[in-house]
Design a binder for this molecule. Structure first.
Ligand SMILES: [Zn+2]
Length: 396
């Protein structure tokens, strides 16, 4: 295809909204608009990838390091929009909201009798732990919600050092919102000093570590008072026991015990559905240098960018057009840069667009029957005989 007929528009400056270098180059090269609309080159690249996406080594062909888990394929990079939990030993990853980790009970004490203690101004776990001089692992965290479907009051208990995964809670109770102060009061609880003990018909949902966590300090449902030695089962019946905790860095892997890492990633596949735009962004993020994209063949819009340099005496354009025809007949896709532009502009654009191969047809080479061949991944090109160019590319 001819560059001049495609109305391709390249940009010198990166767009102001570029979140990552890969995205910036895709916009500058004209694969995407600033609003991530897929333009002609992007459509070509995606069509190329779509043809290969069913193959099990698809991401290997794109030279894209990915992690799998959670029914998804993740591409790790620091600007990624998704938090993932990763086990470096097992090479697995999961969205943080659904990631699991090995929980261990903090103590094996026998249950002790309930005791009310005066805890003024202790409406946070931190203040409570400091006042009583206990670790946060010895406290119960109370969270109160209202179920959307039926207005049911939901009381969630986690260990004090843990954080709720709203997605895990949603999986067991359905949609919910924060309980209002009126609803908390109507249930018989006290915000900041709440426990599930003696409430009016709550749905009590506890993290699966709570039944194995004896003698936790919890609210007394009365301002400025807490209870020592609350025990799930003895003091309140759990309606649902489930994993509700958000995994974090340093938590142990359930399979191997290694410390988990929290990383940023983008999701390329969800339940078998490839997100080709996200995959294109990942390819660009992985394969670029300071001049532009370095697209691998399976994601390149064209195999070859063929640059014709204007000649003074010879018709370089005709020779280049003829070579384009021969390459296309041999099955190569070719972007023929036939524009009336300086060599520097054309070479810069070829680097920016990032087709894997570049051929340059210029007067000096043509006099000797040669064209220049250069890979995008290599610094220098070399001359090859024009007559053998098609065969040369076939074995490249
Ligand atoms: Zn592991």
């Amino acid at each position: 295809m001819r560059f001049s007929q495609l109305a391709l528009q390249t940009l010198r400056e990166a767009p102001a909204n570029a979140r990552s270098a890969g995205f910036a180059f895709l916009v500058r090269a004209g694969y995407l608009s600033r609003d991530k609309e897929v333009l002609f080159l992007g459509q070509q690249a995606i069509a190329r990838m779509q043809a290969l996406a069913d193959q099990p080594n698809f991401y290997k062909q794109l030279s894209l390091p990915v992690l799998r888990g959670d029914g998804r394929v993740f591409f790790l990079h620091e600007k990624g929009g998704q938090e993932v939990i990763h086990c470096p030993s097992c090479r697995t990853a999961s969205r943080r909201e659904t990631a699991v980790f090995a929980k261990t009970a903090f103590s094996q004490e026998v249950p002790l009798p309930l005791e009310t203690v005066h805890t003024p101004d202790c409406n946070t776990i931190e203040a409570l732990a400091a006042l009583l001089n206990i670790p946060k692992q010895k406290t119960a965290k109370a969270l109160m919600f209202t179920r959307l479907s039926d207005g049911k009051f939901i009381f969630v208990v986690l260990r004090g050092d843990h954080t709720l995964s709203e997605e895990k809670l949603h999986a067991v109770v359905g949609g919910f919102r924060l309980a209002s102060p009126e609803e908390i009061q109507a249930a018989g609880a006290a915000a900041g000093y709440a426990s599930p003990i003696n409430l009016a018909d709550p749905l009590i949902v506890v993290d699966d570590l709570i039944p194995n966590s004896p003698n936790l300090v919890a609210g007394a449902n009365q301002k400025d008072y807490h209870l020592l030695n609350t025990n799930c089962g003895r003091d309140y019946p759990p309606g649902i026991v489930a994993d509700l905790t958000l995994a974090g860095p340093g938590d142990p892997c359930v399979v191997c015990g290694s410390a988990l890492a929290k990383l940023a990633a983008d999701i390329l596949v969800t339940n078998g559905q490839v997100d080709f735009l996200q995959t294109l962004l990942a390819v660009a993020e992985m394969h670029h240098d300071d001049k532009g994209l370095k697209m691998p063949f399976p994601a390149a819009p064209f195999d070859v960018q063929l640059v014709a340099l204007p000649g003074r005496e010879m018709d370089t354009l005709a020779a280049a057009a003829e070579l384009t025809d021969r390459l296309e007949q041999a099955g190569f896709s070719v972007l023929f840069d036939d524009r009336d532009e300086r060599a520097g502009v054309k070479f810069n654009d070829a680097d920016l667009l990032g087709c894997p191969l570049r051929l340059t047809v210029g007067e000096r080479g043509l006099r000797e029957g040669m064209v220049e061949f250069k890979r995008r991944t290599e610094a220098d090109g070399r001359n090859i005989p024009l007559a053998d160019a098609v065969d040369f590319l076939k074995i490249t």
